[in-house]
Design a protein around this ligand. Structure first.
Ligand code: PEP
Ligand code: MN
Length: 339
């Protein structure tokens, strides 16, 4: 970091800043300019208390240079990370897998029918929530372990890998024993104990951005998972809260190229939660692939009108089937492939 002194700072104040820097186990380098003096701090200062320097007399501001996240930062790894959920679903290479399925697992018939349709449309993994994070405590909360068993049955029949959400640290082992990939939902993006718990288990994690989480906060949150030893993290942009209300969320597609600049982790896009309307999902899916998304997560329901959760944003099987070939053409235009 760089400590910028106030223009009227005294030599004693500059010397005091240098002392504080050395006390932190770092090196100081004082640069006296014509108008301002700055103290450059040399060494890895990410774990140090920047506030102590900010509060020192004569200091104007402290400017960090290194990212506050270390393992997630692009500089920490030469190649882009590829996350393997199954042979058919490797996220972060030239291939853009599609993870599709209902918002919630509702019953055997619904999830098996969904899985067959997801497979028939040419998608690569099945999603479905067994544990649902609901805004209203009286709303359907998911089938719990019964839902996980139904997902496993759908995998047995179709061969599709399953992606499903985990809500609490105590349920991580249970969900991990059934799932091929654990989803962390937007509402838990900064639930740090849960992030640490999924960081300690071996399955990949599809990690959604919180609805009011900045990119910087999001990458620091991802660091919680990585720092526990799990390198297989897929970021997922699913829209953020804004003043705009024609959509459920505002799908921030500029986050995709921005995240690609900042991190080696792959980035999925969820246009279903990102828009809240089935009629917008196809266009925003194509836009996401054009923007460089490494995977898509799309909600589908065999009968959206009667879905227990998120029916309004769920594609019909036919709509998903029609969408996939158009995605393939967009992918080809940006040197990627879908199938
Ligand atoms: C979901 O995937 O069904 C879900 C609850 O998503 P989000 O956490 O993005 O709201
Ligand atoms: Mn949903």
């Amino acid at each position: 970091m760089i400590v910028v002194m106030q223009s009227e700072a005294t030599k004693e104040q500059v010397a005091h800043v240098s002392d504080l820097v050395r006390e932190m186990g770092l090196k100081d380098h004082v640069i006296v300019g014509t108008d301002l003096t700055v103290v450059a701090v040399i060494g890895d200062d990410r774990k140090k208390e920047k506030r102590r320097l900010e509060q020192a007399p004569g200091v104007d501001r402290v400017v960090p240079i290194l990212h506050p996240y270390k393992i997630a930062a692009k500089e920490s790894r030469k190649e882009r990370t590829q996350v393997r959920i199954s042979d058919a679903c490797v996220i972060g290479g030239g291939h853009v897998p599609i993870v599709a399925g209902p918002c919630s697992v509702e019953n055997e018939k619904q999830i098996l029918e969904s899985a067959r349709q997801v497979k028939a449309a040419g998608c690569h993994a099945l999603r479905g929530g067994a544990f649902k994070p609901r805004t209203n405590p009286y709303a359907f909360q998911g089938l719990g372990e019964e839902g996980l068993k139904l997902l496993a049955a759908a995998r047995d029949e179709t061969g599709l890998a399953i992606v499903t959400e985990v809500l609490t640290p105590t349920e991580v082992d249970l969900v991990s024993s059934y799932a091929d990939c654990l989803q962390i939902g937007a509402r838990n993006c900064q639930n740090f104990k849960l992030l640490e718990a999924v960081g300690k288990q071996p399955k990949p994690v599809l990690f959604k951005r919180g609805m009011s989480t900045t990119i910087d906060e999001y990458l620091q949150a991802a660091e919680y998972i990585l720092a526990q030893g799990n390198p297989n993290v897929v970021l997922c942009e699913r829209g953020v809260r804004t003043f705009e209300d024609h959509t459920r969320n505002t799908l921030s597609l500029s986050a995709v190229p921005e995240l690609h600049i900042r991190t080696h982790l792959p980035i999925a896009v969820d246009p279903s939660h990102g828009t809240g309307h089935a009629r917008l999902v196809a266009d925003m899916s194509r836009a996401a692939v054009a923007a460089g998304a490494d995977a898509l997560m799309i909600e589908l329901h065999p009968d959206p009108e009667h879905a227990m959760t998120d029916g309004a944003q769920s594609l019909t099987p036919q709509a998903l089937k029609d969408l996939v070939p158009t995605l393939a053409r967009v992918a080809q235009a940006v040197d990627r492939s879908i199938n």
